[in-house]
Design a protein around this ligand. Structure first.
Ligand code: HEC
Ligand code: HEC
Length: 307
């Protein structure tokens, strides 16, 4: 009895780690999780799963054609939520009633609050977007509702093949799939070598019936923010759907789930996750083998799987 108790006491070795003035205890569960994370990581280092800070632009994946700057992120954040860009609606009743955020709602994880996202042709919001419904003046086929459920735009900086079928990607796993890139007729944007996100968002401004006009630039005061973000471009190229979409892409690249409890845990705060969450993470990164596909720091992969 005594010996067993002694073993037990020695068995539960508590490792004390100091990090930013806080003292954390490494429980046996933490140790199991740390080893699972280390084994599941690319370089045998659990720090591989740490996501960059949103203002650490050097560490965020980006398109060399659209380098990240805080001016672009700032402008893009406004434009993403700006219903004033809704200037090409199917019916007059829809004018200025929708934005990117009609379908990508922050409080719903940047997805719709309901099953589908409705932009032009929709009305209402609710708490988290679940209250948006069809505008009376529209018939179903006249609305901007895509044929599939909107994806989240969180951590999209790490996605090289954006959308469900990856059709906008021109790099990585998408090389050699050019015949499936359904870009609108007369456009050849993938051939510019832009990243998937930049390519998609140029397309998205048009698809979702948005315009950049003098009213937007001067009526709403956006011109000076375009000047700050794109001052290196000649004026005739500075205030366009293309620059607007580049700013939005920059904003989206900075939308990173780096404040998640799991991220704090990885950085050393052993108290950031509950016991139950730690057990879940342990299963995810070991026996359930979820990490074999969900393997990158964003817990995604730039690969396709036939599920
Ligand atoms: C009508 C609803 C709707 C609106 C408005 C909308 N989106 Fe989306 N978004 C979707 C849907 C649906 C998908 C998934 C499409 C697919 O996989 O083919 C998506 C996917 C995306 C993705 C890909 C995410 C990933 O992980 O691959 C990005 C990026 C994106 N949208 C950005 C935008 C931007 C920027 C705007 C505004 C210009 C916008 N969206 C407006 C419905 C919408
Ligand atoms: C064989 C590869 C593979 C394995 C193993 C795998 N997944 Fe996935 N998972 C995918 C793919 C591909 C998608 C996206 C397609 C889809 O949602 O249908 C996905 C999507 C998801 C999503 C939805 C993400 C979103 O943004 O909507 C969740 C949640 C998820 N997986 C959890 C898990 C968990 C938990 C496990 C382990 C029990 C697991 N996955 C194992 C390939 C995998």
């Amino acid at each position: 009895m005594k010996i067993r108790l002694l073993y037990l006491l020695f068995g539960i070795t508590l490792i004390i780690a100091c990090n930013q003035d806080k003292v954390y205890l490494n429980t046996p569960l933490d140790q199991l999780l740390d080893s699972a994370l280390t084994r599941a990581s690319k370089n045998a280092d659990m720090a591989d799963f740490i996501l960059p800070e949103s203002d650490d632009f050097a560490a965020i994946p980006q398109d060399a054609h659209n380098p990240l700057t805080k001016e672009k992120v700032h402008l893009g954040k406004w434009l993403f939520f700006e219903t004033g860009l809704g200037l090409a609606p199917n019916k007059a009743a829809g004018e200025k009633t929708y934005s990117c955020a009609s379908c990508h709602i922050p409080s719903a994880g940047f997805r719709p609050g309901g099953i589908q996202g409705i932009a032009d042709g929709g009305i209402g919001f609710g708490q988290n977007g679940e209250g948006r419904t069809k505008l009376n003046a529209y018939r179903a086929h006249e609305m901007d509702v895509q044929g599939l459920r909107p994806l989240s735009v969180l951590n999209v900086a790490f996605v090289e093949n954006s959308t469900w079928n990856g059709r906008f990607g021109s790099e990585g796993v998408n090389v050699g799939t050019e015949d499936r890139w359904l870009v609108a007729e007369g456009t050849d944007r993938n051939e510019e070598g832009l990243a998937a996100l930049e390519t998609q968002n140029i397309e998205g401004m048009g698809l979702h019936r948005m315009e950049i006009t003098d009213e937007v630039l001067d009526g709403y005061g956006y011109r000076k923010y375009f000047d700050e973000a794109f001052g290196d471009l000649p004026e005739e190229e500075r205030y366009t759907k293309r620059t607007a979409s580049f700013a939005i892409s920059a904003y989206l690249r900075a939308l990173i789930t780096n404040k998640a409890p799991f991220q704090a845990y990885l950085k050393g705060d052993r108290t950031a996750m509950t016991e139950q969450e730690k057990r879940g993470a342990l299963v995810f990164f070991s026996d359930a083998k979820c990490y074999q596909c969900h393997k990158n720091a964003n817990l995604g992969a730039n690969e396709f799987y036939a599920l």
